[in-house]
Design a protein around this ligand. Sequence first.
Ligand code: NAD
Length: 450
Amino acid sequence: MKDNLRRREFIKSTAAAGFGMACSPALLFGQPPTTKLPDVSIGVIGVGSRGRGLLNLLAKYDNVRIPAICDINAEAIAMAQTALMNNGKENAEVFTGGDHAYKKLLDRKDIDGVIITTPWEWHVPMAVDSMKAGKYAGLEVPAAITIEGCWELVNVHEETGSNLMFLENCCYDRETMAVLQMIRDGLFGTPVHATCGYRHSFWGSRSYIDFKGDSSDEVYWRNQHYLNRNADLYPTHGIGPVANWFNIDRGNRFLYLTSAATKSKGVYEYIRNHPDGGPDNPNAKLDWKQGDIVTTIIKTSEGETIIINFELNLPRPYSRDYTLHGTRGLWSGEYMRRGIYIEGKSPKTHQWETGEAYDNYMKKYDHPLWKNHEADAKNAGHGGIDYFMIRAFVECVSQNMYPPIDVYDAASWSAIVPLSEKSILGGSEPVFFPDFTKGQWIVRTPSFGL
Ligand SMILES: NC(=O)c1ccc[n+]([C@@H]2O[C@H](COP(=O)([O-])OP(=O)(O)OC[C@H]3O[C@@H](n4cnc5c(N)ncnc54)[C@H](O)[C@@H]3O)[C@@H](O)[C@H]2O)c1
């Protein structure tokens, strides 16, 4: 208890002193910590599919206790308790019975940090209350879905000194971390443009056919957004790595964006043509507002442009669309072509290096985190990236470290949701980003992966 209080006081003073302290050497270079990490207690709010996935990873750490979980769904709670048991951890105290039961979990003085894995509309109130209760908040993506919500996260972090780590696991994507090393080594010359996105087809998941349109439905909360909004609702898996490449809010910032949405036909045709659907299925008659593809272009203060695509509703393989273009060459990752071209270095002019030649670049620039922890990451979710994210969270909470992905990242990256919605509504009008750092972006320096 004393330790917990000291830890929270320490977090408060380092954060209040100005954008926190750097991460530990072990975290930065991917070395095993020389001493055992201090014990730490972490609560999980929302133990649905993502919450249980992260709980499973947390439970692998000897120094992590998970004394409390919260959900409104009894089945999810039972599955979370089983997951704890399977990992050799004690049953957690359960907080349930209403949407605000999580506040009682936050009253527990022994909890140092919380992971928030609930529907999007709960992210801001839960993270705000967690920070106000002095907990280290780990918040799932997107952090907020309104500009006011983005500001609230930043303001409460600054007022309380409590930290928030934005749980954007795709920042730990192996290829994009290697590209970050290449950029820092000057391989591409000056970076000028990037593409990224989230293209994850729902076709085959049946979620739109089974959707009952009320809150008893497990896809209710997501489908409410697709029914009522037209925006890039999931921008951070794409923009996270690109923001690190371009030093966003660390010497550079997003200036404005413009977005356009296609018509919305994918859901309608999927339901209409499905053997369990058909034209008379009630869901085929709903007016889904979400366009099939939303394309956004961001302009940065350093002059780069970034194209982000958001697509859920057409049949296609998964992609995050990462490419990077610079004055000396370009890279196109696993989702696009697995190719690299460097002027004056690649053997054939105007021709991609692919196959073994491509692999050699990726090997040479592989980030130390991946080099040192490939085996540990192997069975973690999403190709290993979840391992690195949870590892960083555990290290940060237990050692009072400022997070590698912070509240300003959370706000600037998540702001794309409401800004893209506004731009689409305004006929693709340019919409300007708030400066969530209040001018500090000029003096803040890059830290991710350094
Ligand atoms: N980073 C990633 O790769 C990744 C992957 C999947 C989901 N996510 C994010 O994780 C979050 C959860 O997604 P999911 O797929 O697990 O959804 P889910 O619907 O499976 O789980 C959400 C859980 O929150 C619970 N819940 C709802 N309201 C609550 C409240 N007021 N108090 C306590 N619990 C409440 C629900 O009962 C449910 O169990 C979302 O923000 C999503 O965007 C991130």
